[in-house]
Design a protein around this ligand. Structure first.
Ligand SMILES: [Zn+2]
Ligand SMILES: [Zn+2]
Length: 216
């Protein structure tokens, strides 16, 4: 078992992919094929289901793309659930964004679930930055993560946007599966974005050996 209810209760939030300035014009698209660890897929995730669920209005193409990406990389059985409504109780203090921590808390469940929104999501970084815009947030370990398209799509091609979306989704699910941020290889998808989209763009659709081993 990768995680138990007991462990889930002890889960804590991992702040990921923090970024205020995600509008670099970067046309780079990775052509790297994922390095797959078949044994891990076959033994652990093939029989498991993860739900992909829109939070508010989300382009169906993005939902389908994430579904396909998660299936291809992890081997999960992915099921799209009907969308959830955005509600006022998950807004930040300023009410201009949605609070990622509140979203996770509200929708946390025993089932694996990836929430996807086109709205801006934020997390409290410090007193100075109480609403720090982020790409995604997930419990580590746990079952629930949320990602936002909002900071991924400024001034870039659609192909690059989708590539980013895929990486952020796979990164957050990696946290759910227990992975910490990787300092082993800059190309590894579990590397922290550390405030810049450039890191995400430089990663491969790939986990380094250390991260794969940590999953097993
Ligand atoms: Zn992270
Ligand atoms: Zn790694």
């Amino acid at each position: 078992m990768l995680y138990t209810n007991k462990i889930i209760k002890q889960s804590y939030l991992i702040l990921c992919c923090v970024c205020f300035f995600s509008c670099q014009n970067n046309q780079q698209v990775s052509n790297n094929e994922p390095e797959k660890d078949k044994t891990f897929f076959e033994n652990n995730l093939k029989q498991k289901t993860i739900y992909i669920q829109a939070l508010g209005n989300v382009n169906q193409e993005y939902v389908n793309y994430i579904k396909k990406s998660v299936e291809n990389f992890y081997g999960y059985n992915c099921v799209v659930k009907s969308k959830l409504n955005l509600t006022n109780d998950i807004l930040t203090g300023s009410k201009r964004r949605y609070e990622a921590g509140k979203i996770l808390k509200k929708y946390n469940s025993k089932e694996n679930i990836l929430l996807l929104t086109e709205k801006d999501i934020a997390h409290r970084k410090s007193n100075e930055f109480p609403e720090w815009g982020i790409f995604g947030l997930g419990y580590r370990p746990g079952t629930t993560c949320v990602i936002s398209t909002f900071r991924l799509k400024k001034n870039i091609s659609k192909a690059t946007f989708l590539e980013r979306l895929k990486k952020v989704a796979l990164h957050e699910i990696g946290h759910n599966l227990g992975l910490e941020h990787c300092t082993n290889d800059k190309n590894c998808m579990m590397t922290s974005a550390s405030g810049t989209i450039k890191q995400v763009d430089s990663e491969k659709i790939w986990f380094c050996k250390k991260c794969w081993n940590a999953l097993k």
